[in-house]
Design a protein around this ligand. Structure first.
Ligand code: FES
Length: 110
């Protein structure tokens, strides 16, 4: 999703609440989103696997890779791309930014 007038920025948590190598699942405006800290940079993706219904933040996160807890599918959290089957569809990603100490993500505006 491009960063333009068709999105709105929403604060989700403080940067200090998500140390390097950690992830957290949040629900914002009905969307289940996972936020990751990869070497000090923040990334956001859908938190539901594209293969079946599994919450990715219940899985394993290392480097820039999230492994699904249900069947072991793997995704690059920076790009959303599938790295390991069985999923075939990439994850949706959301732009992120820091505003002061707050991590913000861009959601599509209504
Ligand atoms: Fe995630 Fe199957 S539900 S790999």
């Amino acid at each position: 999703m491009p960063e333009d007038d068709n999105c709105k920025w929403v604060s989700v948590l403080l940067a200090e609440e998500l140390p390097v190598g950690q992830m957290i699942g949040v629900e914002i405006e009905g969307l289940r989103i996972a936020i990751f800290n990869v070497k000090g940079a923040f990334y956001a993706t859908d938190n539901i696997c594209t293969h079946a219904f599994a919450v990715l933040s219940d899985g394993w996160f290392e480097g820039n890779v999230i492994e699904c807890p249900l069947h072991g599918g793997k995704f690059d959290v920076c790009s959303g791309r599938v790295l390991g089957e069985p999923p075939e569809r990439d994850l949706r990603t959301y732009p992120t930014r820091l505003l002061g100490e707050e991590i913000q993500i861009a959601l599509p505006s209504a």
